[in-house]
Design a protein around this ligand. Structure first.
Ligand code: SF4
Length: 160
């Protein structure tokens, strides 16, 4: 099974500040699954390092200096979806709270550290297209969902 993963969680230094955010537990998943690393912000044409961005209340994405980068975020999301389809990924593990990858919680657009419910641009597009997104703190939940789905499939309750 192929699973999309935020590249920074594998230690790739593609974050806005030029660092990665390697997550030790994630590499253990490579024994059981093929992890497909993606970085929507880089796929959208943004440089690394880059100024931090946040999603505004009107769903536009702005850098801290006010520059609108919505187009780059949307392009990056589309490229990630393209790979999800190419590799038949039904699950993704994405970096929590990122304006691209965040799942269920993001920053509120004020650059003050305040969080609100919501998804990042790539995360949202994946979910709308049937990819189940999990944050990096939800790996155990993801594994149990995959097991449940495999059980149901085996017993004829789910058709892929
Ligand atoms: Fe990581 Fe996603 Fe940000 Fe790329 S866009 S650095 S993969 S959180």
């Amino acid at each position: 099974m192929n699973i999309l993963v935020s590249a920074c969680l594998l230690g790739v230094e593609c974050r806005y500040d030029g660092t990665g955010k390697e997550m030790v537990g994630l590499k253990a998943l490579m024994k059981e699954y093929h992890l497909i690393p993606v970085c929507p912000e880089v796929f959208g044409g943004l440089p690394t390092p880059r100024m931090p961005s946040e999603i505004q209340p009107n769903r536009r994405v702005q850098m801290k200096d006010g520059k609108d980068v919505t187009q780059q975020y949307e392009k990056g999301a589309r490229e990630v979806l393209k790979l999800a389809r190419l590799y038949d990924c039904r699950y993704a593990i994405l970096k929590e709270r990122s304006p691209s990858c965040g799942h269920e919680e993001i920053y509120d657009g004020s650059f003050t550290g305040r969080k609100i419910p919501g998804n990042g641009i790539a995360s949202e597009l994946l979910e709308k297209n049937g990819v189940k997104v999990f944050g990096e703190s939800q790996i155990e939940l993801l594994k149990s969902r995959i097991e449940e789905e495999a059980y149901e499939y085996k017993h004829g309750r789910v058709t892929k």
